[in-house]
Write a protein that binds this ligand. Sequence first.
Ligand code: HEM
Length: 187
Amino acid sequence: MKRSTKIAAGAFATLGLAVAVAFAHPGGMGPGRMMQGMQHGPMAGMHAGDAAFQADMQLVHEMLAGHDKIKRTVENRPDGIRTVTQSEDPQVAQAIKAHVGSMEQRLKDGRIFNLFSPTLPVLFDNKDKIRTTVEMTPKGAIVTQTSSDVRVVAALQAHAEEVDELARDGMAAMMRGMRASMMGGAR
Ligand code: HEM
């Protein structure tokens, strides 16, 4: 594991992740500028004090650590997506199910959970235009999301691709996303 990846992995259970990335890349952005970015970037509106926050971070950690045990397919449809995300590993499968359940509840309640994604704010801003169906399977979840708004459909498909990258590359994808976000690539 590369040194920067190790630093981020160690800090993952807390919001220290973002700080770890900033210190691992001192040439990029200092903590001051990072905090400023967080007030306007995708982490804006994110509440670390949210009771479910730590539990949600723990699930993300488990999925990233077990990313090579995740099988995922995404079908883009004219009105949205159908995704199948599963694992033969019972603990990873359980994390996927718990994550999907928790995220769908957050979407309904408008309680965003985001670290770097430029598409999640679009989805949460338009939550009333999204129809979601979740089917839990023994090994994971099948999620169908549709919308009659083409911009929302595009955001659903872009987010599904972000999840693909996280499942494929694990922590490396997380680091890429964090870096892109800090450089101003995200909303
Ligand atoms: C390996 C890592 C991850 C996996 C396997 C995963 C899996 C999923 C799945 C299966 C969905 C349902 C939508 C879809 O299938 O495209 C989803 C939705 C969601 N995920 Fe993740 N996720 C991961 C990482 C993350 C991270 C790092 C965050 C934010 C910090 C996050 C936040 C969300 C949110 C907010 C939703 C709800 C979006 C919506 O319903 O429109 N996920 N995730």
